[in-house]
Design a binder for this molecule. Structure first.
Ligand code: PDD
Length: 306
């Protein structure tokens, strides 16, 4: 009898609906050319948009960021905002149908990717290419209740990514290498510093709370301006919580009362351990609780408008 452990199997691709270059199809059937510049150069951009109550949340802001990313790559937007919304809603309806429910009852995540298109390999941005357009949909997996209740452990690393982090580029090797640093020690995110100054997480923004005030790095080329930047600022203004964007040193991060992560999937999530040291008293703090509650109210209000 053999006692060898079975090899870990890669997860199967879900049989979910997607959109590729004008066609709605199943994810497992969607294929692109090996000469797509997204594959050859990572020459593309993406967006990740949550849908609550069957409608995209903060859609105008996601579209505005996507337009900024496309402009940086000099790729013409292949759809209008309404066109993108129609594709997202059709995928949501098809996905819900597969689940024998309606989209209003699901929390969903739409992923949009646009690359420069297919061409012989040449670094130059060849004009006249037809962009490759891919959109897929998944259910939005909530943060596990245990992480929500107790916060998460993160580790720090140098931000060795490129200096155009404001582009939501599909060239994500830097982010993949950064994220693996935390994954290797069973931590949830890698908090990055450039020359001793806070930038962001591998796939999230990082916030520092000190003396009741929320602080984040400025929205320059060193961070991706998360859609939650604007939302957190609005929530702070409404709740009378101080809010400031400025350079934040490594020492300030380690002296924080609270640390938070934000992203489409994490919403706002407390970091309670950094490099093995407790943050504040080691439990999610009161500012995190206020921001999280207000975030849930914003989602609820969006759902009720549907
Ligand atoms: N990541 N910073 C980086 C580097 C990110 O990749 C993300 C999002 C954010 C937060 O942005 P937003 O609040 O708009 O989700 C900040 C997405 C979720 C991803 O790559 O899957």
């Amino acid at each position: 009898m053999t006692t060898s452990n079975p090899q870990p199997q890669p997860p199967a691709l879900p049989d979910t609906p997607c959109y590729l270059n004008g066609e709605f199809t199943a994810l497992k059937d969607a294929k692109i050319s090996v000469m797509d510049r997204g594959f050859i150069f990572g020459d593309g951009i993406y967006e990740v948009v949550p849908l609550y109550g069957g409608r995209p949340f903060r859609f105008a802001q996601h579209m505005a960021r996507m337009e900024r990313s496309l402009a940086e790559l000099r790729i013409a937007n292949p759809q209008t905002r309404q066109g993108w919304q129609d594709i997202a809603m059709k995928l949501a309806a098809d996905y819900a149908l597969q689940q024998h429910t309606s989209p209003e009852k699901l929390d969903l995540l739409v992923y949009i990717q646009i690359t420069r298109g297919v061409a012989p390999r040449d670094h130059v941005m060849l004009p006249g290419l037809t962009p490759t357009v891919f959109v897929m949909i998944n259910s939005l997996r909530p943060v596990p209740p245990e992480q929500r209740a107790h916060g998460v452990a993160c580790v720090t690393a140098d931000d060795f990514r490129w200096s155009k982090a404001h582009i939501k580029s599909t060239s994500l090797l830097g982010a993949v290498l950064a994220r693996q640093i935390s994954a290797d020690v069973d931590a949830v995110e890698t908090v990055m510093f450039r020359n001793g100054v806070l930038s962001e997480g591998a796939s999230s923004n990082v916030w520092v709370v000190k003396d009741g005030k929320v602080m984040g790095p400025p929205c320059d080329n060193l961070v991706l301006e998360g859609i939650r930047y604007g939302l957190i600022e609005e929530i702070c203004r409404e709740a009378g919580i101080g809010f400031e964007l400025r350079r934040i040193s490594r020492e300030e991060v380690f002296a924080a009362d609270e640390l938070l992560l934000s992203s489409a999937t994490k919403e706002v999530l407390a970091i309670t351990k950094l490099d093995g040291k407790p943050v504040g008293n080691g439990q999610p703090g009161p500012v995190c609780a206020k921001l999280y509650a207000a975030y849930q109210r914003a989602k609820q209000a969006h759902t009720e408008q549907a």
